[in-house]
Ligand binder design. Structure first.
Ligand code: LLP
Length: 427
């Protein structure tokens, strides 16, 4: 069953993105193409921001730092920048994108277990809000680089809360044994080390437990340890004035998926986090963009074999990796003919491996060659995880905003694909 989304209305039996028919996008730009709704992204940002700002006490700030690994297209970063959103970056590339989009460095935080010296240097140079430190050796490198630059590095320490966040095991990050963050004892060590570092300012803590966390009490399990830890740190004379509460806010992949109740979440922040007397940062990725986007694709063929119906799309696992990588479920819907009789399909792409299967045994309205379809909830971890596997040029990206639309990333050409390759003279 298609996901219902007011920013993707069906008019005259044709799915639109806001006011633009997906049929006309396909005609003008071809397929496969990612198509995003600007209105949906603004709406998501506003709902979360309003809920959080509504419970913050005077004198303390809450800042939403979009985890742009979910979708780092410059136009989307610009759109969010205009809403007042900050950024969470995990690489130098993402930092460069954020600065290009005009995001204030004082609204940028950086995470990542393997920040290179060059990345740390770039973050200190840009004077970002804080670096989220993931290990003691990393702290030592940050200190050495800050000394070398004679600049201050503001840091917070990522605490491994030893709980499992929702979603697939490959995207849970807060368990003992996961590569992320510092165990509690090392947080104390890190604070002590930072005290002796001339150019490092230790300001607080961060926790991110994983993705698709749909119950407030899953956050509870991780954050219930904080009051004691913060109390102990302060008693030892350390500053804890910032808390980054990570991302992981869930979105609907199916109509029945549970969303986090935003007002319950805001009340939880008010009851559990606000008493800690800290400035707060949040790092939603998927929540802001996932349902803003669909992957628009055309049916190349319908193949009947061994009693199965294969619906073969022109989109493939190189365009949207999530089903192949995490067995992720994405709704699929036709762009037109929504009331056609239903058929059970295996929906596949053209790439040469069986893993290039979007779904098996899915009941969908009957489709035929050249029909258009969408794979929904593709705005997050879609295009940014795409590749050129099978020498397939990467898809185009289109942003729709009311009745305006524009290409925000042109489809790759074959020349683009070969541009950086060369054949050595001896061959
Ligand atoms: N902050 C940190 C430190 C993170 O590691 C992540 C996601 C986020 C924020 C944002 O999480 P979100 O709000 O989007 O759940 N490729 C996977 C998701 C990987 C998430 C990695 N970290 C997928 O397609 O589901």
């Amino acid at each position: 069953m298609a996901l219902q989304n007011p920013f993707f209305p069906v008019k005259d039996d044709t799915m639109h993105v806001e006011r633009i028919a997906l049929t006309s996008i396909a005609e003008e730009f071809g397929t496969p193409t990612y198509v995003y709704s600007a209105g949906h992204i603004r709406n998501q940002y506003k709902q979360l921001n309003d809920a959080i700002q509504g419970i913050m006490p005077e004198g303390r700030s809450a800042m939403i730092c979009y985890a742009c690994k979910a979708n780092s297209n410059l136009a989307i970063l610009k759109l969010l920048q205009q809403e007042g959103c900050g950024l969470e970056v995990v690489s130098e590339g993402e930092l460069i994108r954020g600065l290009k989009a005009g995001i204030d460095p004082q609204k940028i935080v950086s995470t990542g277990v393997g920040k290179t010296n060059q990345e740390i240097r770039a973050q200190i140079e840009a004077d970002i809000y804080n670096i989220n430190v993931e290990s003691l050796p990393e702290l030592e490198r940050i200190s050495a680089i800050a000394d070398d630059m004679n600049k201050t590095a503001r840091v917070i320490f990522r605490l491994n809360p030893e709980v499992s966040g929702g979603g697939h095991h490959k995207i849970s990050t807060g368990r003992r044994g996961d590569k992320f963050g510092l165990m509690k004892d090392d947080v104390f060590k890190a604070y002590d080390m930072a005290k002796g570092m001339k150019n490092v300012q230790a300001l607080g803590l961060m926790i991110h437990i994983g993705s698709q966390v749909s119950q407030v009490n899953a956050f509870d399990a991780a954050f219930s340890k904080l009051p004691a830890i913060v109390g102990e740190l302060r008693a030892a004379g350390h500053t804890v004035s910032r808390l980054d509460i990570g991302g992981g806010f869930p979105v609907k992949y199916t109509q029945d998926d549970q969303l986090l109740d935003l007002s319950a979440y805001a009340n939880w922040v008010r009851d559990i986090i606000v008493p800690l007397d800290v400035d707060i940062a949040l790092e939603p990725g998927r929540y802001l963009v996932a349902n803003s986007g669909v992957l628009l694709t055309r049916v190349t063929d319908v193949k009947e074999a061994q009693g199965q119906n294969f619906l073969i799309f022109d989109a493939a696992m190189n365009d949207l990796l999530r089903p192949a990588m995490y067995d992720a479920y994405h709704e699929i819907a036709p762009v037109q003919n929504h009331n056609a009789p239903e058929t059970v399909y295996d929906v596949v792409g053209p790439v040469c491996e069986t893993g290039d299967t979007f779904t098996r045994d899915r009941t969908l309205p009957r489709m035929k060659r050249d029909d258009l379809a969408v794979i929904q909830t593709a705005g997050a971890y879609g295009m940014c995880m795409s590749s050129n596997y099978n020498t397939r040029p990467r898809a185009a990206e289109i942003l729709v905003d009311g009745d305006q639309y524009a290409v925000i990333n042109a489809r790759e050409s074959y020349d683009d694909l070969f541009a950086r390759e060369s054949v050595p003279a001896w061959l």
